[in-house]
Write a protein of this length. Structure first.
Length: 143
């Protein structure tokens, strides 16, 4: 039974199989969510999904160990997120958080790590070599 509960909070898509091709007029952003061991005595729902929405569209629920791929227009892009947990109070507290505002260049690949906290969450840019290496251990989540 404990194994079933552990699997319920993990990413379930296919493993990372390589970078997608980047259109000349778009930017590609990989977002991944590391697994967390403990959540501040329950204040952080580490096994719950977090919806990540680039520019309010194409939201993806990221589970621990999951990643998503976003093909976005160049220029300013705003990423928001919301908690989706069994605790409605926490969901309200973590509703439509601004995770990151970034300026993307066309034909470039970006990597961002989702950090989940007790009071706020954020997306942090990661160096391409580090991001691609990390993705080898993650599973794809789709809208």
């Amino acid at each position: 039974m404990a194994g079933v509960l552990l699997l319920a909070g993990c990413a379930s898509g296919p493993k990372f199989s390589g970078l997608v091709s980047v259109p000349a007029d778009k930017a590609v952003v990989y977002i991944y969510r590391p697994k967390q061991v403990m959540g501040w005595g329950g204040l952080i729902p580490v096994n719950s999904g977090w919806r990540v929405c680039p520019n309010g569209d194409d939201c993806v629920r990221l589970w621990p160990g999951g990643y998503c791929v976003n093909v976005l227009p160049p220029g300013t892009n705003v990423f928001t997120g919301s908690l989706e947990s069994p605790d409605g109070l926490l969901d309200v507290a973590h509703s439509n958080e601004k995770l990151c505002v970034t300026n993307l260049e066309p034909a470039k690949v970006y990597f961002m790590k989702l950090s989940v906290g007790a009071f706020t969450s954020k997306l942090t840019p990661v160096e391409p070599a580090e991001g691609e290496k990390a993705l080898a251990h993650y599973k794809l989540e789709t809208p």
